[in-house]
Design a protein around this ligand. Structure first.
Ligand code: FAD
Length: 482
């Protein structure tokens, strides 16, 4: 059976990996570059399940099991920092009791954390902290995991096509026969027996293009990045999940998230200053000195929340769980499936359920093998070596540069330009070495992309630093700043 997977985010990569391991012929189509959607725009929390214990216990259980499993099959894609849930004096103690009871029921492995422990891990934590609990939360390195999955898929014979947008379906007799794709080289028809819509926030739009029905409620969330990994472990507020209640460390930075605002399209909007102010105010409740932390940039990601019925519109109330849709059963189009909702942390389980449904539809006897098959680390060595360091903030050495065809792939693969100086110096070195003849044009594009996230957080000391960076770039590095 030949399967076309639409979408190169966590969901599509997971599905392509699952099906390739079952021995199916898989081609994944991504309209942009891999991880260019929500998969590259999230907090990076490897959920222990703690966040959903009270509001969505079945999602909590899935998260717990999957996070444990991922740490075994893909250890290079996660960082097992551990994390804490902290209740502040004004937060509801009844919620804490319900949360502890659920954690014990699920054997989540929590333990109480005394004030002394909290103060030693988070020296600038508010004095309003009433109680704390350790949880097995971790960090999911989204870009690295996506890169590892892509390499694994290709190693099993799967095909990945970037810059290939699926725009239509050929289904004579209501049976899938081919997808139509648009590429920079023109329009093509690619034969397949099944198609799986894994287009995340775009899943509703894609379904419409294929003549199917899927209702998605896109909802965007703002995240703020601070320099210098100001917290060493994940920290959550112990209260009903809401805005601005989690900090996740990530390599050399820390991310504060998030908000939840329904919108009517799948694209990530530009961050707004008023949302930044709102998030800062909430973040200060945990860390009163937050304004003294150096804020690097702001960005939005869009949740692909599935709307099973017409009535539901409150996006916080929608489940973070996932749904497999067999459009053969629901709409009579044989061989068409959608996999919607879910989280990065549960991508493997989501793919397993989809793979089971697809194989049972085609009477294929091929069990899921992702549970026990390692997702190997890719070629990129962890911070080599004796070659010159090109990006001091993120320790990127010359030998870390791969043969990437795009600036974004190089940036997301190595992390250059993502640290405190936001690429002021290293962009010249990295881009100049990788594409000597295209430095100016690539630099201009990179600066434009970085400035989009900087604009909404430019105030006080940060604005002065940005001005200093700009003058260094103009006067020392000879960049044209017009
Ligand atoms: C603010 C925020 C914070 C989050 N934090 C966490 C967290 O800490 N931990 C966690 O586990 N999860 C988190 N999530 C959830 C998680 O990021 C998402 O569930 C997951 O990344 C969704 O992946 P996806 O593949 O379904 O969607 P996407 O990553 O958006 O992938 C869909 C892909 O489909 C492509 N596409 C669209 N149309 C077409 C077409 N016609 N042809 C070809 N390709 C197409 C898009 O370009 C895109 O790359 C967060 C989400 C948000 C919004």
């Amino acid at each position: 059976v030949r399967v076309a997977v639409i979408g190169g985010g966590a969901t599509g990569l997971g599905v392509a990996w699952d099906l390739a391991l079952r021995g199916l012929e898989v081609t994944l189509f991504e309209q942009r570059e891999l991880a260019g959607g929500t998969t590259g725009r999230f907090h990076g929390l490897l959920h222990s399940g703690g966040r959903y214990l009270v509001t969505d216990p079945s999602a909590a259980k899935e998260c717990f099991e999957e996070s444990q499993l991922l740490s075994h099959i893909a250890p290079e894609g996660v960082e097992l920092t551990g994390g804490y849930f902290v209740r502040l004096a004004g937060d509801d103690p009844a919620f804490e009791s319900a949360w502890v009871k659920r954690a014990e029921d699920l054997a989540l492995g929590i333990r109480p954390a005394a004030h002394k422990e909290l103060a030693s891990v988070f020296p600038s934590l508010t004095r309003e902290a009433a109680s704390g609990w350790w949880v097995p939360d971790g960090v999911l390195e989204g870009f690295r995991m996506a890169e590892m999955l892509a390499a694994a898929i290709v190693s099993r014979g799967g095909i990945i096509r970037e810059h290939a947008k699926v725009v239509g379906l050929e289904a004579p007799g209501d049976t899938v026969h081919a997808v139509t794709i648009e590429t920079p080289g023109g329009t093509e028809t690619v034969a397949c027996d099944a198609v799986v819509n894994c287009a995340g926030p775009w899943a509703g739009v894609v379904a419409g293009d294929l003549g199917l029905k899927v209702r998605i409620q896109p909802s965007f969330g703002l995240m703020l990045i601070f320099a210098n990994r100001m917290v060493p472990k994940v920290i959550n507020r112990l209260k009903r999940p809401g805005d601005g209640d989690i900090f996740v460390p990530h390599q050399e930075v820390v991310i504060l998230g998030t908000t939840d605002v329904a919108q009517d399209h799948p694209e990530a909007p530009l961050p707004r200053r008023e949302d930044v102010a709102h998030l800062m105010a909430l973040g200060r409740e945990l860390f009163p000195e937050l304004d003294s932390w150096r804020i690097l940039r702001a960005f939005n990601g869009v949740r692909p929340l599935y709307l099973p019925s017409e009535a539901q519109t409150d996006s916080r109330a929608l489940s973070r769980d996932f749904t497999v849709i067999d459009h053969g059963a629901s709409e009579g189009l044989e061989g068409a499936f959608s996999l919607v909702g879910g989280k990065w942390t549960t991508f493997r389980l989501m793919a397993e359920r989809l793979g089971d449904a697809l194989c049972s539809h085609y009477h294929i006897d091929a069990p899921c093998r992702t549970r026990e098959t390692p997702i190997a680390q890719t070629h990129r060595p962890a911070h080599a070596s004796s070659t010159p360091i090109l990006c001091e903030c993120e320790h990127v050495a010359e030998s870390d540069l791969g043969p990437e065809e795009s600036t974004d792939k190089l940036r997301l693969g190595t992390w250059f330009g993502m640290g405190p100086c936001q690429g002021t110096f290293c962009a010249h070195r990295v881009l100049g070495r990788s594409w000597p003849g295209e430095l100016d044009s690539r630099l201009a594009k990179l600066r434009e992309e970085r400035e989009r996230g900087l604009a909404p957080v430019m105030w006080g000391a940060n604005a002065r630093l940005v001005a200093l960076n700009r003058s260094l770039r103009g006067q020392l590095l000879g960049e044209d700043l017009r």
